[in-house]
Write a protein that binds this ligand. Structure first.
Ligand code: AMP
Length: 396
């Protein structure tokens, strides 16, 4: 039994999963939320069920202590299921990290140096790495970067038409994100369809609270909708996605918004939340169906952007063999999937409305048997992908 601990340390949360890689099954998983706030929550799930408690968690170090306490008290104990390696999610690897990387002090330094490109994420990822290396000093730690899968994008796809010297001096280019998920689901789709990955052209729509589209050609990312940061692209739970940058000049000049206020507005107070008052697609679709015009417009904008990227990527790919829906909305919202693919029969996309309605239950085809482009729902599993890459890198 080879066990891997996967750590996803975010700005105010710590997610972890202990996996038995012989069967790729989860032995335990947990989520510690609201780190640094007056009240936090600690959740741990194992074979015996789920336990949740409220407790203030002052820092990432305290979150690690809470995770260790969960294993010790609720099980499995780390003595009975000792991890052979730890895999860490890291958001920004820029053009420095092209794949999973064994962490040493130099790698830590490089992740730190990339923080200006991901100020909300890399410092938090690093806090997780430091905490875990202290607690598990004698096993390998591997950084798995969200951006690594997208390093295969061409310069044409990843260069902004910004003044070249300014862009180069400040490392401004498209790096993308969600790469671990796009890689996992595009490979799972090829395997499920029993088609060689090398010859499959897939448009992936990862639609969760964060959302991005990716054009995957022969297993390689050739374009993706997130940009230098995860703000660009699709309409998300709380982020605008694409917007004319001049809107920012306008809001600054006319309404006095500061840079920090604009950052907050575009990242946390916009998207579906800003359009409709909620970032939960379940609520938005329910309200829209009941005739709420605000929710209807929010959903229209959301779907319009999805279709925009889907069309773009089918052109980029020179046609599509498969369209994959994944993440919270992609896996669960038959309504969003139906509306995204409506009227695309001329492109060879024929959704099977009955298959589309079936509840989320693993990987499945939702197009008709006659559809030239196969449409699939593929539940994403970033933790398994991180654990796989961790194992591959350590050679265990
Ligand atoms: P994720 O970030 O991948 O965990 O996705 C979270 C989002 O998935 C939530 O904000 C919901 O909007 C959406 N979601 C979850 N379940 C459903 C469902 N049954 N129908 C529609 N949307 C859902």
């Amino acid at each position: 039994m080879t066990i891997v601990l996967v750590v996803n340390s975010g700005s105010s949360s710590l997610k972890y999963q202990l996996l038995d890689m012989a069967t790729e099954t989860t032995l335990a998983a947990g989520l510690i939320e609201r780190i640094g706030e007056p009240s936090g929550s600690v959740r741990h799930t194992n074979a015996d069920g789920k336990r949740e408690r409220e407790a203030p968690i002052a820092s990432h170090d305290d979150a690690f202590e809470a995770m260790l306490a969960n294993f010790a008290e609720l099980g499995p104990t780390l003595e009975s299921a000792p991890p052979a390696a730890v895999g860490h999610r890291v958001v920004q690897g820029a053009r420095r990290f092209f794949g999973p990387t064994i962490i040493d002090d130099d790698v830590e330094r490089n992740i730190d140096e990339l923080s200006p490109l991901a100020p909300l994420h890399n410092p938090a990822n690093l806090a997780g790495i430091r905490g875990a290396r202290r607690v598990f000093p004698n096993i390998p730690h591997v950084a798995v970067f969200d951006t690594a899968f997208h390093t295969t994008m061409s310069d044409a796809a990843s260069t902004y038409a910004l003044n070249r010297e300014v862009a180069e001096a400040n490392r401004v280019r498209k790096y993308g994100a969600h790469g671990t998920s796009h890689k996992y689901v595009s490979e799972a789709a090829a395997e499920f369809l029993d088609r060689p990955l090398e010859s499959l052209r897939t448009a992936v729509l990862h639609i969760g609270n964060g959302a991005s589209a990716c054009a995957v050609d022969g297993g390689k990312s050739v374009d993706t909708s997130m940009g230098m940061t995860p703000l660009e692209g699709l309409v998300m739970g709380t982020r605008t996605g694409d917007i004319d940058p001049a809107v920012l000049f306008h809001l600054h000049r006319k309404a006095g918004y500061t840079v920090d206020e604009l950052d907050d507005l575009l990242n946390r107070r916009s998207g579906l939340l800003g359009l409709t008052g909620t970032n939960d697609v379940r609520d938005v679709t329910r309200r829209a169906a009941a005739g709420d015009v605000v929710a209807q417009l929010g959903l229209d904008v959301y779907v319009h952007r999805l279709r925009h990227y889907l069309g773009s990527y089918l052109v980029t790919l020179g046609g599509g063999d498969a369209i994959v829906f994944t993440a919270g909305v992609g896996e669960n919202s038959a309504e969003v999937r139906r509306r995204t693919l409506e009227g695309l029969e001329w492109l060879g996309v024929e959704l099977d409305l009955e298959r589309n309605q079936l509840p989320n239950d693993g990987i499945r085809v939702i197009s008709t048997d006659a559809s030239r482009v196969i449409v699939l729902v593929v539940p994403t599993n970033e933790e398994v992908e991180i654990a796989r890459q961790t194992l591959a890198q350590t050679g265990l």
